[in-house]
Design a protein around this ligand. Structure first.
Ligand code: PGA
Length: 229
C-alpha cells in the first residue's frame, strides 16, 4: 500500500516527518534504519535532533556514499549525516552507525534487515545512487553516477564532483519493512508525479518502489502539485 502525506512547505513538513520518526522509535529498539542524506532530509534531521531523541538502541546505516573524495571532504554522505544529525545528539543518545567505506565497498544484501529506509528522490528519479536503468533486484554495489548526481554533490560542499559511488541496491532496499520517500519543492513535482502516477519502469527507479507493501511519501505542497488523486 502507498500512502501520500502532503503538508505546506517548511515547518509543517519538517515537523510532520520528524514527529512521525519520533513516534516510531519506541517500537524500533534493536532495529536498523537507513537514512538518506542531501538537501531534502537535512532540515528534518535538524528538527529531529532538536527533540533530543534517544537513538542509542537503533543502528543507522548510510544508504550510499560518494567515491574518490578525500575522507574529510564535507560533501561525503557521512559528513552530511554527522553535521545534520549525529553531532547534534547527546553522546549517550547516538546510534550505532554503519557508514560505507567506498575503498572497501559492501556488496550484495548489505546492510541486512532494515526496519525503515528514509529516501530522497533525485531529479532523474534515482533512489540512493540507483540511477535510471538499475534493476529492481540490484544488489549493493559500486556505481557510476549520472552527470546531474555528480554535479549535484557540489551543492553539498564536495570539493570536486565525484564520478562514482557505492549504493545500497534496490533489492535489499525493497526487502525493508517500510520505505519513506521525502521530496520538497516545485522542481521535484514532475519526477514525483512520474514516480507516483506514471508507469512502473526502470527509467524512473522511484516508480519501482510502488510494489512495496508499505511505501509512504512525505511531500510538501509544491512537490505534490502535479500528482493525481
Ligand atoms: P536532494 O537529493 O535531497 O539534495 O535534492 C536527493 C537525491 O538525489 O537523492
Amino acid at each position: 500500500m502507498t500512502t501520500v502525506t502532503v503538508t505546506p512547505a517548511g515547518d509543517d513538513w519538517e515537523n510532520t516527518v520528524a514527529d512521525t520518526l519520533v513516534e516510531l522509535l519506541p517500537v524500533c529498539a534493536g532495529r536498523r534504519f537507513c537514512l538518506a542524506t542531501g538537501s531534502t532530509p537535512a532540515p528534518v534531521y535538524r528538527r529531529l535532533a532538536s527533540r533530543s531523541p534517544d537513538l542509542s538502541s537503533i543502528t543507522l546505516a548510510l544508504l550510499d556514499e560518494f567515491g574518490g573524495l578525500h575522507p574529510d571532504d564535507p560533501g561525503r554522505c557521512l559528513a552530511m549525516l554527522e553535521r545534520d544529525l549525529l553531532d547534534r545528539l547527546r553522546t549517550e543518545h547516538r546510534p550505532r552507525t554503519e557508514p560505507i567505506d567506498p575503498e572497501n565497498p559492501p556488496e550484495g544484501n548489505w546492510p541486512g534487515a532494515i526496519r525503515l529506509a528514509v529516501l530522497g528522490l533525485g531529479m532523474n528519479g534515482h533512489i540512493a545512487m540507483n540511477e535510471p536503468g538499475s534493476a529492481p533486484d540490484s544488489p549493493t554495489r559500486r556505481v557510476e553516477l549520472a552527470e546531474a548526481t555528480s554535479i549535484g554533490a557540489l551543492r553539498y560542499g564536495a570539493r570536486r564532483a565525484p564520478r562514482w559511488g557505492v549504493t545500497i541496491g534496490l533489492g535489499p532496499l525493497m526487502a525493508s519493512e517500510e520505505l519513506w520517500v521525502l521530496a520538497t519543492g516545485g522542481s521535484k513535482a514532475a519526477v514525483v508525479a512520474a514516480a507516483i502516477n506514471g508507469p512502473i519502469t526502470t527509467s524512473v527507479p522511484a516508480s519501482l518502489l510502488r510494489v512495496h507493501p508499505r511505501l509512504r511519501w512525505f511531500l510538501d505542497e509544491d512537490a505534490a502539485h502535479r500528482i493525481n488523486g
